[in-house]
Design a protein around this ligand. Structure first.
Ligand SMILES: [Fe+2]
Length: 396
């Protein structure tokens, strides 16, 4: 049987014209046992569509690791590093991750208590909730009615020392049945999104760039972000915006001398736009929570200065200003019509192009709703590639 693809099932909230290229369900192939030829086809599909869904998949952790690694054969360790959480216990990621002992690159994530799972006698899992991360929370009364929020829009990446994984694989093992929830933005826009319980929400980084007005495209193509050292430790005391898209600026971040030891050479500075290795398209790939500075190149020779922002370049270090600019560029792309909220079924395997999408955990489970997923991503063998000189000429 040949590999077949069909569009992902879009909810009524989504604007189909914005999802023409995004996401495909793949049929007619077993992702656990791909031949090298089939893998090449899957790889091309992933880079062209940014998210692939395989249904009714049987996948042991070894196979999930092998599949993930095939996208970057010299990558090896988990995207946030293996067995290194000891030194970064204060990191906000620490409680969310449990390692599969046999295959430490695969993490068990979910909710509730899971027993006798792949060598883990008992794993206490907690679905991340906005209540522990956002500055404001949905009232208990609204929460009881099923109102929730995006937890945190992000790229899977350590953002310090290690390179952002190319691909993340997410495999649903136990998926509690639940009703719908309303994901509220609570940012004064009235935006909200009807979502299945425990959805993973995706937005396209390509769309994030495409929908920007000219002056912000010019800014994006000329800019790099500098992440804080140990960003997840740095941001731990701070609180997020109600949309989960970045942090409120209240001066709560850890000061540099309170952080675990760090080296300048391991601090990450990435272009805002990352170039797709297959089709050359540009994706807006910024993990807004971890950014501390913005470095803007001047307009290239011959570019029109009319309406241009920072035509002579700039190095912005004011956290409020940096965050406001990023938010202005990223918020449009998380509008309800641009979000793909995946409705999980047991044995769903989702592969996503971590360098082409942003994603967020959504929703809240009760302690007795047991959910178990396997997640794998690997710190990449190289950093993402930014815009080419031709891209800069085109968009600046
Ligand atoms: Fe993630």
């Amino acid at each position: 049987m040949a590999i077949e693809t069909v569009p992902l099932p879009l909810p009524p909230s989504a604007d189909p014209s914005k999802f023409k290229d995004f996401g495909r369900e793949v049929k007619g192939v077993n992702p656990a046992t791909l031949t090298p030829e089939q893998f090449e086809e899957i790889k091309k599909l992933l880079y062209n569509h940014d998210a692939l869904l395989f249904r009714n998949t049987d996948l042991i952790p070894e196979q999930q690791y092998a599949l993930t690694k095939a996208f970057d054969p010299t990558s090896e360790s988990y995207g946030h590093g293996n067995n290194k959480t000891g030194e970064t216990k204060k990191s906000i990621l620490h409680p969310d991750l449990k390692t599969i002992p046999r295959v430490p690159q695969v993490q068990l994530i979910g909710n509730g208590i899971v027993y006798n799972h792949e060598g883990l006698a008992e794993a206490k899992l907690k679905h991340p909730s906005h209540t522990t991360f956002h500055k404001t929370c949905v009232s208990e009364e609204d929460e009881a009615k099923g109102v929730t929020r995006f937890y945190r829009w992000h790229i899977d990446a350590a953002l310090y020392d290690l390179s952002p994984p190319k691909v993340t694989t997410l495999y649903g093992i136990n998926v509690p049945k639940g009703g719908r929830q309303t994901c509220r933005y609570d940012d004064g826009t009235g935006d909200e999104l009807d979502v299945p319980l425990g959805t993973t929400a995706f937005v396209s980084g390509r769309t994030m760039f495409d929908i920007l007005p000219k002056e912000l495209k010019s800014l994006a193509v000329r800019s790099k972000v500098r992440y804080a050292p140990h960003p997840y430790v740095w941001m731990a005391p701070a609180r997020a915006k109600s949309t989960g898209l970045g942090i409120e600026t209240e001066g709560l971040e850890m000061s540099k001398d309170e952080l675990p030891a760090w080296e300048e050479s391991k601090v990450k500075v990435f272009p805002i736009l990352w170039k797709n290795p297959v089709n050359g398209q540009l994706s807006f790939q910024v993990h807004p929570c971890g950014v501390s500075e913005l470095l803007i190149e001047p307009l290239p020779a011959g570019a029109s200065r009319e309406g241009a922002l920072f035509p002579d370049g700039a190095h912005l270090t004011d956290l409020g200003e940096v965050r406001d600019l990023l938010y202005k560029m990223q918020r449009p792309a998380i509008a309800p019509s641009l979000v793909y909220p995946h409705e999980w079924h047991e044995k769903d395997l989702v592969l996503f192009h971590n360098r082409g999408v942003l994603h967020s955990v959504v929703g809240a489970f009760k302690p007795d709703q047991v959910r178990a997923f396997h997640q794998c991503n690997l710190a990449a063998s190289s950093d993402p590639v930014g815009p080419s000189p031709e891209d800069v000429t085109t968009w600046a």
